[in-house]
Structures are given as structure tokens and as C-alpha cells.
Design a protein around this ligand. Structure first.
Ligand code: UDP
Length: 456
């Protein structure tokens, strides 16, 4: 029987892009003999197709037990209600666990919900905020919180200087909620992540030190930061964990065999993998341009088009697609796809999970960011890490077919893309090393666990 060194209660924000990284982090903690209990909202639990079996799962209420965020109507209404009743339900859970002899030592929470730190204080527990986005993005929200970045920037082409970041950025590079007034309430929530961050014992970031050295050094002077990523299953990186399941998005069923069989018949590094993640919706015009850009590139492609997006495809696009040319699926096992030797490039919306997965598996990118933190991630991919190219939009905000074709060719075949491809390989190696024994993220997790043991 395992004797545990400490017990962490993990409270993710109920969204798969938030839960998955926290579950992967939990597995790393568990491998270092920390007991894990995951608190998930009742509505989210109902929809999870596969639950981790090696960790205890507890249900808590967000005030919308039947329908979760959909029932709330708006994101802000959801956050507000969750805050109102979450503290009580979380406290009750901590008491219940204590009564059953499973005393909690630490709460690891997603700062989209900043209030668990107060609950931790009330019970005398250690608290750790787990940021699912990268440190540059967090730093931008921090500076909005501090009033250093004035909103909205006065001119479109205005250069923005972010303390701690050596390159300047433009308004097209900052997270969309900072720029668009309609994102004001969401921005409020994002900057609120910092409202009580001075009270936490740790700030954990889903990134790794080597990737964002200068900004991490800068932020570390303010907060007790520990980078713990990349949070993708160990089987794709250091291969040290045994119980190493992926917890795929519950809303969609991946077309696993179809994708992998098709990829098995494609030459090495020949396929463009295209996906815009689980939420982004493209304009009809953009979808059409993308379809033609892919066709005109003369590369084979595997394109994830969610069923709600499918009506936007050009007429007869799927029917006329030959199997040598391409495959359109509604959802795929992305990590297995990115790992496949036939993949030559990833045309992506640059969601942080997708970006980190591409970095970890050494796949160069064509970036077509849509909203939220994606423009910032695309900027880093293009300018800082040089592992991809950002496809430029026209004045209507559409990336035209010629641009898409050109970017794909640049990344996959031209001399100009050689550096990008080499850099992608280099980062893959680094990503594996950081989670392997004595790598920067592994050391951070070790330190986190030993502090937990000392303080507990
Ligand atoms: N994903 C997947 N299959 C797909 C498309 C995406 O498993 O066909 C996964 C992908 O591996 C990533 C997540 O969905 O872990 C998307 O997260 P990301 O942060 O990139 O984008 P979001 O969906 O939050 O916009």
C-alpha cells in the first residue's frame, strides 16, 4: 500500500482545456507519492466520458448542477454564482475529507476562480494557483491589472512595451479580450486572477522555464512561480509514468482508427494537420479560403472540422476530396496525430494546449490565431521561438488562400523553413528533458512536493 507524503485537493475550472493540464500535473504529483483528490462540478462530471481511476474524484456544486455554464446563460453569471456558493461547498468537502481521515494539506486551484485561496487560508492549508496559460500571457493580464497597459490601446499599430519582455508587441499580438471592448467582462475576470495572488504559497504555470526564461525570471521577482509543464502524458515525453492515460475532450468522440489508418499510408512529413480546437468558429468566408488554400498547396491534409462547422465548407468539398488528397474528420486523437511521422506541419489556431503539444512533439506550425490568448501564442511561435509562421490577415481579418498556401509551403518545403523545422526539433528535445529526472519542471515539482511535506 502506498504511504502518501501529502494530500492535494485539485480544483480545476470546469472546461476541458483547463482540466486536462491539471490532471496531467496531478499524475506527476501522484508519481511522487502525493495523494490527489479532484473536485469537479456536478454538471461537468455528468458529461465526462472517462474519469481517472487512480485518483479520487469528488463532486462539488457550482450552483448549476444540471447544465453548468450553459444553464448559467453567460460566462460572467456562471463565475459569479460559482463564487457565491463555491466557498461553502469547497469547505464542506474539506471537512468531509478530514472526517474520513483524509486531511487535505494543499489546494491547487485555477485562478479563473480566485476565491479558493481564501478557503485555504481559513483552514490553514497551503494554496497554489495553477495558471493554464503561458507566462507571457499571464504577464500581459498582470500588467492590465496593474494599469500599466492602458486600454484600449489608442492606435492599432501602437507598440506596447511589456516589462520583462524584450520584444515589443503590437495590438494584434495581445489577447483579444484586452483589445475588444466586448470582452470587457471576461477581461475583468482574467485580471481578477491577480486580485489575491499575493496570498498564495505557489504560482504554478503550465509552461517550462527554457521556453520563457526572461519573463519567468521577471515574474518570479513578484510571485513564487514554478513552471511545471508541458502537461501532456508522459508517454509522449519522458515515458516515466505508468498509469499514463489521456483524458480526451468529453464532448467529442475521436475518429481514431480512420485518422491513423489514413496517416499510415502517407509519406513521412508530407501531411498538413489542421485544427482550430474545440471552441473557435470560423467565418464562412475564412472557411472557404482555408479550403482552397489547402487544396492549392498540393499537400495532403488531415482537417478537423467539428460538426457545427461543417456546413461552412464549400459545396461538395468532402464529396470531391480524394483519399490521396485529404481527410476531413470531426475530431481526432490529436497527440497521436501530432506524433505520427507523416505529419509535416500543424495549421493551428494556437490554443495554448495545441501549441504546447506541437512544441512537445516537434511539429512546426502555421499559426492562424482567432481570439483570446491565441494571437500572443502565435507571436511567440513566429518571432520568439521561430517554430512556425503566422499567416497574415487582410484588412477584413481574413487569411486569404494564397497566404495559406504560401505559409504551408514555407514551413514544409522551402529553404526559408529549414530553420523553423530545425528549431521545432530542438524544442521537442528540450520539452522531453524538462520533465525527465532533474529537468527544470521535474525539479520544480520535486521542490513543490518537498515544501508540501515540510510545511504540512
Ligand atoms: N484536440 C483533440 N482532437 C482534435 C482537436 C483538438 O484532442 O481533433 C485537443 C487538443 O489536443 C488540445 C485541445 O483539444 O488538447 C484543444 O485545446 P486548445 O487549448 O489548443 O484549444 P481550445 O479548444 O481551448 O480552443
Amino acid at each position: 500500500m502506498t504511504t502518501h507524503k501529502a494530500h492535494c485537493l485539485i480544483l480545476p475550472f470546469p472546461g476541458q482545456g483547463h482540466i486536462n493540464p491539471m490532471l496531467q500535473f496531478s499524475k506527476r504529483l501522484q508519481s511522487k507519492r502525493v495523494k490527489i483528490t479532484i473536485a469537479l462540478t456536478k454538471s461537468f462530471l455528468k458529461n465526462m466520458k472517462e474519469l481517472p481511476t487512480s485518483m479520487s474524484i469528488e463532486a462539488i456544486s457550482d450552483g448549476y448542477d444540471d447544465g453548468g455554464r450553459d444553464q448559467a446563460g453567460s460566462f460572467v453569471a456562471y463565475i459569479t454564482r460559482f463564487k457565491e456558493i463555491g466557498s461553502d461547498t469547497l469547505s464542506q468537502l474539506i471537512e468531509k475529507l478530514a472526517k474520513s481521515g483524509c486531511h487535505v494539506n494543499c489546494i491547487v486551484y485555477d485562478p479563473f476562480l480566485p476565491w479558493p485561496v481564501e478557503v485555504a487560508k481559513q483552514f490553514g492549508l497551503i494554496s497554489a494557483a495553477f495558471f493554464t496559460q503561458n507566462c507571457v500571457v499571464d504577464n500581459i493580464y498582470y500588467h492590465v491589472h496593474k494599469g500599466v497597459i492602458k486600454l484600449p490601446p489608442t492606435q492599432n499599430d501602437e507598440k506596447i512595451i511589456i516589462p520583462g519582455l524584450s520584444c515589443t508587441i503590437e495590438s494584434s499580438d495581445v489577447p483579444s479580450f484586452v483589445i475588444n471592448p466586448e470582452g470587457e467582462r471576461i477581461l475583468e475576470m482574467l485580471v481578477n486572477q491577480f486580485s489575491n495572488l499575493d496570498k498564495v504559497d505557489w504560482v504554478l504555470i503550465n509552461s517550462f522555464y527554457e521556453l520563457e526564461k526572461e519573463i519567468i525570471d521577471w515574474m518570479s521577482k513578484i510571485y513564487p512561480i514554478k513552471t511545471i509543464g508541458p502537461t501532456i502524458p508522459s508517454m509522449y515525453l519522458d515515458k516515466r509514468l505508468h498509469d499514463d492515460k489521456e483524458y480526451g475532450l468529453s464532448m467529442f468522440k475521436p475518429m481514431t482508427n480512420e485518422c491513423l489508418n489514413w496517416l499510415n499510408h502517407q509519406p513521412i512529413s508530407s501531411v498538413v494537420y489542421v485544427s482550430f480546437g474545440s471552441i473557435a468558429k470560423l467565418e464562412n468566408e475564412q472557411m472557404e479560403e482555408l479550403a482552397w488554400g489547402l487544396k492549392n498547396s498540393n499537400k495532403s491534409f488531415l482537417w478537423v472540422v467539428r460538426s457545427t462547422e461543417e456546413p461552412k465548407l464549400p459545396k461538395n468539398f468532402i464529396e470531391e476530396l480524394t483519399s490521396e488528397k485529404g481527410l476531413v474528420v470531426s475530431w481526432c486523437p490529436q497527440l497521436q496525430v501530432l506524433e505520427h511521422e507523416s505529419i509535416g506541419c500543424f495549421l493551428t489556431h494556437c490554443g495554448w494546449n495545441s501549441t504546447l503539444e506541437a512544441i512537445s512533439l516537434g511539429v512546426p506550425m502555421v499559426a492562424m490565431p482567432q481570439w483570446t490568448d491565441q494571437p500572443t501564442n502565435a507571436k511567440l511561435v513566429n518571432d520568439v521561438w521561430e517554430i512556425g509562421v503566422r499567416a497574415k490577415q487582410d484588412e477584413k481579418g481574413i487569411v486569404r488562400r494564397e497566404v495559406i498556401e504560401e505559409c504551408i509551403k514555407l514551413v514544409m518545403e522551402e529553404d526559408k523553413g529549414k530553420l523553423i523545422r530545425e528549431n521545432a526539433k530542438k524544442w521537442k528535445e528540450i520539452a522531453r528533458n524538462v520533465v525527465d529526472e532533474r529537468g527544470s519542471s521535474d525539479k520544480n515539482i520535486e521542490e513543490f512536493v518537498s515544501k508540501l511535506v515540510t510545511i504540512s
